[in-house]
Design a binder for this molecule. Structure first.
Ligand SMILES: Nc1ncnc2c1ncn2[C@@H]1O[C@H](COP(=O)(O)OP(=O)(O)OP(=O)(O)O)[C@@H](O)[C@H]1O
Length: 263
């Protein structure tokens, strides 16, 4: 079954058609890169997938079921900037999502549940290369470190789908190359299906299993409002890139542990 299905989805703002006739099946554990010219609706697509926007026509299915109308823990997101909370330490940023998820009323975990969540957060911070920075605040981290933290924060909630909106776009090339290695590893080690918007074609082709381009077929000024962008290219990367699962990933074990879930 598809992890994500777009079934003839349209998105219009008033008279302005942004996206039209988007039909798409994404396999579980795929890594999809979305590319296309500025303003063609990539972020709008991602926001629909997150549940921040609803299609004006058509429907979106997640694991074969209609998508919940609001963002939930099954979908994590990392933006180019400002994904982390500046007033929380690195460790608390990673714990925050889990605390809200498991303890909706108080937004805090106590006792064993907190100890276990802290252990997982520390393991995850180690994995993303932030060991030793747990008690710092985001402002004292570099841009690359902040994006590593944003990835850890999103993954800590154990999402099935990770949405990335140009997450590495503001980073210097060397830092970006390092974080690409990390991103590949996280994708390999978890069960994530990833959808990433990027302007960088080489990034798309080096990370993704599939590259999808959005484009407007009709782009004359008088046509801009009346015709939306559609999928103009849909390329599977060859040779096929397949995620290699790791069974002892700290987050996956967190999801599977009923004590941690229900505490
Ligand atoms: N809330 C909104 N209300 C009205 N129009 C909107 C809204 N959000 C997006 N749009 C319009 O939808 C179109 C697509 O925007 P979107 O941000 O999805 O494009 P994009 O491909 O992500 O662009 P970029 O690559 O520059 O980030 C733009 O013309 C934008 O003005």
């Amino acid at each position: 079954m598809s992890a994500i299905r777009f079934d003839n989805v349209w998105k219009e703002y008033g008279d302005h058609i942004v996206l039209e006739r988007i039909t798409l099946d994404v396999a579980p554990r795929a890594f999809v890169a979305l590319v296309g010219p500025s303003g063609c609706g990539k972020t709008t697509f991602l926001r629909m997938l997150l549940g921040e926007e609803t299609p004006t026509r058509g429907r979106i299915l997640i694991d074969g079921r209609p998508m919940p109308s609001e963002p939930d823990a099954d979908r994590g997101v990392v933006f180019q900037r400002y994904s982390v909370f500046p007033h929380l330490t690195v460790l608390d940023n990673v714990l925050f999502g889990r605390e809200l998820q498991q303890s909706r009323l108080l937004g805090r975990l106590f006792g064993r549940a907190r100890r276990e969540a802290t252990e997982q957060a520390l393991a995850l911070l180690d994995e993303v290369g932030l060991k030793g920075h747990e008690h710092k605040y985001p402002a004292s981290l570099s841009g690359g470190m902040q994006q590593r933290l944003a990835l850890a924060q999103a993954i800590m909630r154990g999402p099935k789908i990770l949405l990335l909106d140009e997450p590495f776009g503001a980073l210097d090339p060397g830092i970006r190359a390092d974080i690409h290695v990390l991103m590949k590893r996280l994708w390999n080690e978890t069960e994530l299906t990833v959808v990433m918007v990027t302007h960088d074609l080489s990034e798309a082709f080096s990370l993704a299993t599939r590259v999808i381009a959005f484009e407007r077929n009709r782009n004359r000024p008088e046509e801009r409002e009346r015709y939306g962008a559609t999928i103009s290219r849909d390329l599977e990367i060859f040779p096929r890139r397949i995620a290699q699962p790791r069974t002892d990933h700290p987050i996956r074990s967190g999801r599977d542990d009923p004590a941690a879930q229900g505490a």
